[in-house]
Design a protein. Structure first.
Lengths: 264, 291, 380
């Protein structure tokens, strides 16, 4: 009975709206769709969205793993507080993050000031977008890698040391490869989230067409013009890619299970 | 060495299979610096900017009619979306964790969908659904109900985007707990509802609480989806995040940050509650296998 | 009577199965075995004393077992030899060298963990060659040589042909053999094993036990292994170190430790035992205020405890001094019957073994004396 209820709710809330999207997309016609899809401005926006998301996800992969390692393996004053703070991007509204980051990295802001004297602008450029996306994606990497480090058997590290490996060799050859699947998952999650991010980006982005305009913004603009076909087309492209990312994460999980005999 | 001289070994307390103290210290410093820069600085900036001209100015800004209306609307939306999604989340997690059925993976993927899709697209689907020339728009219009660019639309869009939160928290938790307890209860003669109330619910209550907290935080803070369906009628269809945007674009920074502080404060409370829950009841009872 | 009689047929089968017989690497005595000396070692973990003033002399090339219940300190001691922990006091010597200040990497010991600790993301070949591949350029053999050695080792541990597999594709017994090959690859001076068969089921355990002894005899390494299974220790080891609560109770060959245990801890841990509180008076022993016809073994007068093995008893003729009890339980074990007797007015119980056909039933009265026994004074 509860199952039936769940299905009904699911249908109402998700399936029908998605069906609407699919229906509208289909109504577009392939030629029109293609025209919109190959518009230079659209392509530039997509490129901005995906490249900034990629860079941010890479930064998060590196530093997020570092943070996860430090939180699990070391004891130091304030560790618990930092551990709790990692979840901040999950709890903080994107608009709040957006205006805070803009104020910080604007030429008059606390951080922006330091760079302004060197002639580097962060806010209102793609660099600003990357900063915002780093904020958004960090917990995805940390919370995915953290449990893996926690469950890591230390006897393997001892075994490596006994065989003569230095600590650095142990970390590079034994620990990191074991963490890699989780890292990849975290990276994909952060990347997927960053691609579609809107609220925290539009304040800091500058939104200059062809330069620092993100795809979701383009969708919003088309909607405000009531140009539903264009908005739908761009949205469909983004959805297809999001689906692709979800799928690849699942495939990754399956591969890891086959290869190493355990899930991520 | 004389047999009765006992000299403590200098290395007695060093763990031989870990990084040197220097490496540890450096790594900790880097991690802390990174977190401070990326996470702590922004939230400090929110409060600092709000209080730039003093507490009374900030409070006055928040008490203006439009921000107040925004707060009212945000609270209303949360009051509708969170309970609905909570009930659904429990049902779905129950079904997924305790049973095996065809289409289970499909259900799980569907639940994950709003979580991984851009909020703007989420808003878009509702525009397509209820806007002019759509399937349902004319139907509701003729009944005198305006969905899009009015409160109902905002509520629906919020439900859509916050819908996975409770389910995602509960599914791994209930999966790791297994159905042993429930089976025992049913074997002892309890009905389905009794089992749920007295066996399942107590086991998941802390995970449930955390899921509800996150759902609420997102419901109150959702921006992208709401921006698309809202129509931005001040005093009517403007939620707190939208109000922040409007104030900011009007260069009314103190007011914008003042409203933002309210939401930032809510975020901090959410984090503190989560940390407390984990501290008291242990990680396993709050989160399942990580996010 | 010995403890475990060698099954010559089984030994022959194992012998036949072990290839690599003539391999240059594994001719008997080709390894420069080194002795290990542990001198007055003390180890404390956060105010919990794990080892108190432990000293031990391990001879080159011997196979020695550290035996004891959990908490006895045996694993701690092993880890101190390996360098995984440092002692609070005392020193560990490999031969004449003080190894106490050497890092774990420098000690060149082979270590086999209870749960194998194989590198899951590496193939069997990569696991086995790991120790050689991480060496500094100057001491690293060429790639072809490394591979050759690894293949020989895999052959030696009977895993030829499995070098491309991943650990999760192997059984428990196979994984443990990979772990051993990996440890041997670095040509260690000493081989340490921490409950190596603890995670395997009984059948596999028995087979691998014998095989380990064969491996040791072929390679000649000084080998130390930790176990809580006394059967395993007695079967495999040249000498057994019985430990209890952070101290060494007794060191000796399997027969010595079984037949002449020097403390209650050793007697009760090794083999089956029954015990009774007795009084030593002069050179006789009294139980329940009656002499029981046993010599006091020069224990000082006063309270003492009597230990004997259930199967090492004889029935007493009527009128002879003996321990008298009432049967309260009976159990059939392989080839014999074990009965539980209430003695001393139902305040104590002991187990003894009687022949299968004996007419005793519940509530029968039995009078017996141990044929061999040990008496230990009660301290204080």
């Amino acid at each position: 009975m509860t199952f039936g209820l769940a299905v009904l709710y699911l249908g109402l809330v998700i399936l029908i709206p998605l069906a609407g999207l699919a229906w509208r997309s289909a109504a577009l016609g392939l030629e029109d769709f293609w025209q919109i899809a190959t518009d230079p401005r659209v392509i530039a926006a997509l490129r901005t969205s995906f490249s900034t998301a990629f860079i941010a996800a890479v930064v998060n992969a590196v530093f997020g793993t570092l943070v996860a390692w430090v939180l699990v393996r070391y004891e130091f004053f304030g560790r618990r507080v930092l551990d709790a703070i990692v979840d901040l991007p999950f709890a903080l509204p994107t608009a709040v993050a957006g205006i805070a980051l803009t104020t910080l990295y604007a030429p008059t802001g606390w951080v922006g000031q330091l760079f302004a004297s060197a002639g580097i602008r962060i806010a209102y450029t793609p660099a600003g977008i990357v900063i915002a996306l780093i904020f958004i994606g960090l917990p995805f990497v940390v919370r995915t890698v953290q449990p893996v480090i926690e469950d890591f058997e230390t006897d393997v590290e001892e075994a490596a040391a006994l065989l003569g490996a230095s600590r650095l060799q142990t970390i590079v050859r034994v620990v990191l490869p074991a963490l890699f699947p989780a890292l990849l998952t975290g990276f994909s999650l952060a990347f997927g989230r960053a691609v579609g991010e809107y609220g925290s980006v539009i304040f800091i982005a500058g939104n200059l067409p062809y330069k620092s305009e993100i795809a979701p913004l383009l969708i919003v603009m088309r909607l405000e013009e009531f140009n539903y076909p264009a908005a739908t087309a761009i949205a469909t492209i983004m959805l297809v890619i999001a689906f692709g990312i979800l799928l690849s994460i699942n495939l990754l999980q399956a591969w890891s299970r086959r290869r190493f005999g355990h899930a991520l | 060495m004389p047999s009765d001289v006992r000299v403590p070994h200098p290395d007695a307390f060093r763990n031989p299979v870990t990084e040197s103290a220097v490496a540890r210290g450096t790594t900790i410093a880097i991690a802390v610096a990174f977190l401070a820069l990326v996470l702590i600085l922004p939230i400090v900036a929110v409060f600092s900017e709000a209080l730039r001209r003093g507490l009374d100015v900030a409070l006055a800004a928040v008490s203006e009619p439009e921000p107040l209306a925004a707060v009212r609307l945000t609270l209303t939306i949360a009051a509708i979306a969170v309970p609905l999604n909570t009930v659904f989340g429990i049902c779905a997690a129950w079904a997924i964790a305790k049973f095996d059925f065809k289409g289970k993976t499909f259900l799980i993927t569907l639940i994950d969908l709003p979580f991984s899709v851009s909020p703007v697209i989420s808003g878009l689907v509702y525009v397509l659904l209820f806007g002019s020339g759509s399937l349902l728009g004319p139907f509701f219009a003729s009944a005198g109900i305006q969905v899009l660019f009015a409160v109902p639309g905002v509520v629906l869009a919020t439900i859509f985007v916050t819908f996975p939160f409770v389910a995602r928290e509960l599914i791994p938790l209930m999966q790791s707990q297994g159905s042993g307890d429930e089976e025992a209860a049913i074997a002892l003669g309890a009905s389905g509802w009794q089992t749920f109330l007295h066996v399942t619910l107590p086991n998941i209550k802390w995970g449930l609480l955390y899921g509800v907290l996150l759902c609420n935080a997102r419901a109150m803070g959702e921006f992208g989806a709401v921006a698309v369906v809202s129509g931005r009628l001040r005093g009517e269809t403007v939620t707190m995040p939208l109000e922040i945007e409007i104030l900011y674009n009007e260069y009314n920074f103190v007011a914008a940050f003042a409203v933002a502080s309210l939401l930032a404060f809510l975020a901090l409370v959410t984090l503190v509650l989560k940390a407390l829950l984990e501290r008291i009841y242990g990680r396993d009872h709050v989160t399942g296998a990580g996010h | 009577m010995g403890i475990i009689e060698t099954d010559s047929a089984a030994a022959a089968a194992v012998d036949k199965a072990l290839p690599g017989f003539g391999s240059a690497l594994f001719r008997s005595g080709s390894v420069d075995a080194v002795g290990v000396r542990i001198e007055r070692v003390r180890k404390t973990f956060e105010r919990f004393p794990a080892l108190h003033d432990v000293s031990l002399d391990i001879r080159p090339g011997e196979l020695i077992a550290l035996l004891g219940p959990s908490g006895s300190g045996k694993t701690t001691l092993l880890r101190l030899i390996a360098g995984l922990d440092f002692p609070n006091e005392g020193a560990v010597y490999f031969g004449d060298e003080d190894a106490s200040h050497k890092t774990v990497q420098e000690r060149n010991v082979g270590f086999v963990f209870q749960h194998y600790a194989l590198f899951r993301h590496m193939t069997v070949m990569e696991n086995v060659t790991f120790g050689l591949r991480v060496r500094r350029r100057s001491v690293r053999p060429p790639k072809a040589e490394i591979r050759k050695r690894a293949l020989e080792l895999l052959d030696f541990v009977q895993l030829a042909g499995l070098e491309k597999r991943y650990p999760n594709q192997l059984s428990g017994g196979q994984r443990q053999r990979v772990a051993l090959a990996r440890a041997l690859a670095i040509e260690p001076r000493v081989l340490l094993l921490d409950e190596p068969f603890g995670a395997l089921d009984a059948q596999v355990r028995k087979g691998l036990r014998r095989w380990l002894r064969e491996v040791h005899d072929r390679t000649g390494h000084t080998t130390v292994f930790v176990t809580h299974d006394q059967e395993e220790a007695l079967e495999l080891a040249d000498r057994v170190v019985v430990m209890s609560q952070g101290r060494i109770e007794q060191v000796g060959g399997p027969d010595e430790v079984y037949d002449h245990p020097n403390s209650p801890a050793v007697f009760s841990f090794i083999g089956e035992s029954s015990r009774l509180p007795v009084i030593a008076a002069g050179n006789r022993l009294d139980f329940a205020d009656r002499p029981i016809g046993l010599d006091a073994q020069q224990v000082r007068d006063g309270a003492a405890v009597l230990f004997f093995r259930p199967h090492d008893v004889e029935f007493a003729e009527p009128g002879e001094q003996a321990i008298v009890g009432t049967v309260v339980g009976s159990r059939r074990t392989e080839g014999t019957r074990q009965i539980e007797l209430e003695v001393g007015g139902a305040k104590h119980r002991v187990d003894i073994e009687i022949p299968v056909g004996h007419p005793a039933t519940t509530r029968s009265r039995i009078a017996f004396r141990p044929r061999r026994w040990k008496v230990y004074p009660v301290p204080g």
